[in-house]
Design a protein around this ligand. Structure first.
Ligand SMILES: Nc1ncnc2c1ncn2[C@@H]1O[C@H](COP(=O)(O)OP(=O)(O)OP(=O)(O)O)[C@@H](O)[C@H]1O
Ligand SMILES: [Mg+2]
Length: 532
């Protein structure tokens, strides 16, 4: 349809200095894509188009089929039915290298960098420059200069990747895609691990790339981001295309309704009982040495009342990881006390702290939360196993107890899986997170530390998980909510502390502050006196 005589094209070229193009200059057309995994229909008759220079958001609940569709486009899965057209020509993408050759790049939901490799090795992996048959480090470094500058990353390319924080690793994934010359860029939940500031930077970059003619498919559960970035929004539900919106003509409520089939999803503050006056968890002058990329704790003190949610806001690397690890017992203290009810925790082991009533949802569900090659039953049962002191051990009665409990959790938390014996790796990201949350919350702890608890979880499931947290506080559980997501902090917390450089620099009531104010403290622009 690129006939240059049509009036629309003349109009378009009159206001633009770019090459004249028809309004629907599709770089990609997916039609009738169907993909099943055994009994699971991940994609059913899905249509999706992408225009040149467009940022197109792909949204939908956990397990709706977003990642599957993108993996088909990236040559990782073969569709059972349907066609893929690139630039109007039908193609078969048998493996990722086929897609890469067509200029498609993908930043995966879970990073695929090799931790022991250097930056230069990782980014060029698969298309390494070689000299006399050997990896040419100098050439790799030279080739990285331009994409690294584009992303504002000034790190020695000889740095070992495993030592970098998640935001930097995320940038490396994008640099890798740019290095390979991709002009159709897929980002599968790229902001799940980024701070608001880093997200802003990423968006600026994506807009720049789109303005230069690249096309972007962007998957996110955060509607704020979708509306800030996307030209169009396609909603998948249960593997099917529900609707494609022009972002300018849509509002969040319309998209939520298309995603969930509900019109009453709460996107605002969670209703909770007022916390009690009983002190439940006390931390005094907690200090650690510095380990890894996170700041050391510097005399951190706070108190949590029974039934209270205390939010910890901060840019990653300002001591939040140190704090969580110091509290659960995996990072040694140089000073300080931790008290849960009447129990002093600071010299207890990790297991004894758990037994005393402290639960933990770790930030990295893959490293600490959920073994990916384990089964759903095992993932859910870890809490039961911890609690069970019967001599039955792993006998048949115990197995049936575990299975009954697992079945109940799958139902209660609406975990989308083929069953108790499915491998955790086959679950969508959000559903893996639900397993960890179910296990830890249902342990009925006195105090729970939630680190980034809804990363990658869909809107409806977030509402559900927040209600479970509210229920835990109703039982008197004290909740320490460590999150890079300010919306999450503001929706759920009673009070908010901001961490900066390993110290607490501000304390606010969640209903009397704003994203902007917290952002200032997070950047270290403003400081207040904080009472212990
Ligand atoms: N390799 C696989 N084997 C078996 N089932 C799979 C596999 N990959 C995906 N599925 C199933 O296909 C469905 C769609 O999963 P997919 O990962 O595409 O969802 P998603 O929309 O990306 O969800 P999320 O928002 O949680 O990332 C889910 O039910 C999932 O369990
Ligand atoms: Mg996914």
């Amino acid at each position: 349809m690129a006939s240059s005589g049509s009036p629309t094209v003349r109009e378009a070229s009159a206001v633009s200095t770019a090459t004249p193009q028809a309004a629907d200059d599709f770089v990609l057309q997916l039609a009738g894509i169907t993909k099943t995994f055994g009994p699971v229909v991940a994609n059913h008759d899905v249509d999706f188009t992408l225009r040149r220079g467009e940022i197109h958001a792909l949204v939908g609940e956990n397990g709706a089929g977003k990642t599957t569709l993108m993996r088909i486009l990236y040559g990782m899965y073969q569709p059972d039915a349907g066609s893929i057209r690139l630039g109007g020509r039908e193609v078969t993408l048998k493996r990722p290298t086929d897609s890469i050759e067509h200029g498609i790049g993908m930043v995966h939901q879970h990073f695929m960098l090799v931790p022991g490799f250097t930056i230069a090795e990782n980014v060029t992996l698969g298309s390494e420059p070689r000299k006399h048959g050997l990896f040419d480090n100098a050439a790799a470094k030279a080739a990285l200069e331009e994409p690294m500058r584009k992303l504002g990353l000034s790190i020695d390319p000889d740095t070992i990747t495993g030592t970098l924080n998640v935001a930097t690793q995320q940038k490396l994934e994008i640099i890798k895609v740019l290095y390979r010359g991709a002009n159709l860029i897929i980002l599968d939940e790229p902001t799940a691990v980024l701070t608001p500031q880093e997200t802003e930077e990423l968006f600026e970059l994506l807009k720049r790339l789109a303005a230069e003619g690249s096309s972007v498919i962007f998957i996110s559960h955060k509607l704020r981001e979708v509306f800030a970035l996307a030209d169009r929004i396609t909603v998948l539900r249960n593997g099917e295309t529900v609707e494609t919106f022009e972002a300018a003509d849509a509002d969040p409520a319309m998209v939520v309704a298309a995603m969930t089939g509900r019109s009453d999803v709460n996107l605002g503050r969670v209703e909770r009982d007022r916390p009690s006056d009983i002190s439940a968890f006390t931390v005094e002058h907690l200090s650690t040495i510095k380990q890894g990329s996170d700041a050391a704790l510097n005399a951190v003190s706070f108190q949590l009342r029974a039934g209270e949610v205390l939010g910890i806001a901060g840019v990653e690397g300002n001591g939040q990881a140190s704090l969580a690890e110091a509290l659960i017992g995996t990072r040694p203290l140089t000073a300080g006390q931790i008290r849960l009810g009447e129990t002093q925790l600071e010299s207890l082991s990790v297991n004894d702290r758990r037994a005393a009533g402290l639960s933990y949802v770790p930030e990295d569900r893959h490293l600490e939360g959920l073994p990916l090659n384990g089964t759903v039953a095992e993932g859910l049962a870890a809490g039961v196993l911890r609690r069970d002191t019967s001599p039955l051990g792993l006998g048949a009665a115990f197995t049936s107890k575990v299975r009954a409990w697992g079945t109940e959790m799958i139902r209660k938390y609406a975990i989308k899986t083929s069953g108790l014996d499915a491998r955790n790796s086959t679950l969508s990201g959000g559903n893996q997170q639900k397993i960890v949350m179910a296990r830890e919350l249902e342990d009925e702890p006195e105090c729970i530390i939630l680190a980034q608890p809804t990363r990658g979880v869909d809107l409806g499931a977030i509402e559900f998980l927040y209600n479970q947290v509210a229920e835990a506080t109703h039982r008197g559980c004290a909740v320490l909510l460590i999150s890079a997501d300010l919306d999450e902090i503001l929706r759920l917390s009673d009070r908010v502390l901001v961490m900066f450089g390993g110290s607490i620099v501000a304390e606010r009531s969640a209903t009397a502050t704003s994203r902007e104010e917290l952002g200032m403290y997070m950047m270290g622009i403003q400081q207040t006196e904080v009472s212990a």
